[in-house]
Design a protein around this ligand. Sequence first.
Ligand code: MRU
Length: 368
Amino acid sequence: MLIDGTHYRSIWLAEDGESVQIIDQRKLPFAVEIETIRTWKEMVVAIREMHLRGAPLIGAAAGYGVYLACLELVAADSRGFDVGLERAMTELDAARPTAVNLRWALDRQRAALAEAGPPREKVAIAREQADAIAEEDVAVCAELGRHGADLLAGIAAGNPGRTINVLTHCNAGWLATVDYGTVTAVIYESSRRGLPLHVWVDETRPRNQGALTSWELSHNGVANTVICDNAGGHLMQHGRVDLVLVGTDRTARNGDVANKIGTYLKALAANDNEVPFYVALPSSTFDPSMERGVGAIPIEERNADEVLQVRGHDGTGESRMRLYADGTAAANYAFDVTPARLVTGYVTDRGVFDARHLADGLRGTNRG
Ligand code: MRU
């Protein structure tokens, strides 16, 4: 993505080849700050505390986390390498539970490293694998964007001369992947093809990922309007949404979709108003080992303070404000699961499928 004319990815290996750099998403949209991550423990913190976020990016970060662990273990004492690596993988795996990309990236590293020889060779293999995970993510998102843009072109053809209104929830953007995004890849590609587009951006309390989406879209010249999380149903009821397009953190074999809390309510409203509801699904976020999602996909519960406080910028710097009386009980479920019956289709890097054809459609990809 371009920030003030310069192209950035959301994660990359630093010039020294021994540390990883990310855009610290906690500072956005007020400041673009690059954080350097030097150890696997710092990577665990960056994932858990959401310095970076979004399922595909979490996967790429885990891949690099393993590389950092290999580097540190070789520098320390090669004799403890295997035990140390297993501990790093276990802690990386536990950093966030819902996005399957994390486990997938670790499994890929584990399989590649099992084939490798002595620790020094493992370092090289882990770096190669981490780079491959990141590069594949870029290619997958670009391909998904092209298929999604074909879908939007079809919707536009039925509404000649009219701006197409897309509603999205959370941030399934460049910032949630290595580049392009999933939902935003569709939007950027459609925009590049000249389709008149406007995006309704859900605020996405409590972490306000809508601020990231709006910031990204504006930097790429895409018209967008932020709405509070409860506005979507009203807009759909009044014909102001042509399509809902959301990301996913894990999609089960039957097509049930875990995504940011509140996605399910959007799907219900879309269903009630006959608005098509699509999921942008890179193959790395498909979990063929999970037959169905409702009641099975682990739902992350985060600290209740995220609900009880708001974080913002008061013109001089970041500030936090309490919203509730002391002692107020709060629960912070980070994701929900939308049943497949509410999903019109899945925009993947292989094409657009309905739930019945999803698993077959993804066969032969990295998750088929
Ligand atoms: O808690 P987050 O910000 O990591 O949640 C992110 C989402 O729910 C995204 O919609 C999902 O990861 C898809 S990103 C392409």
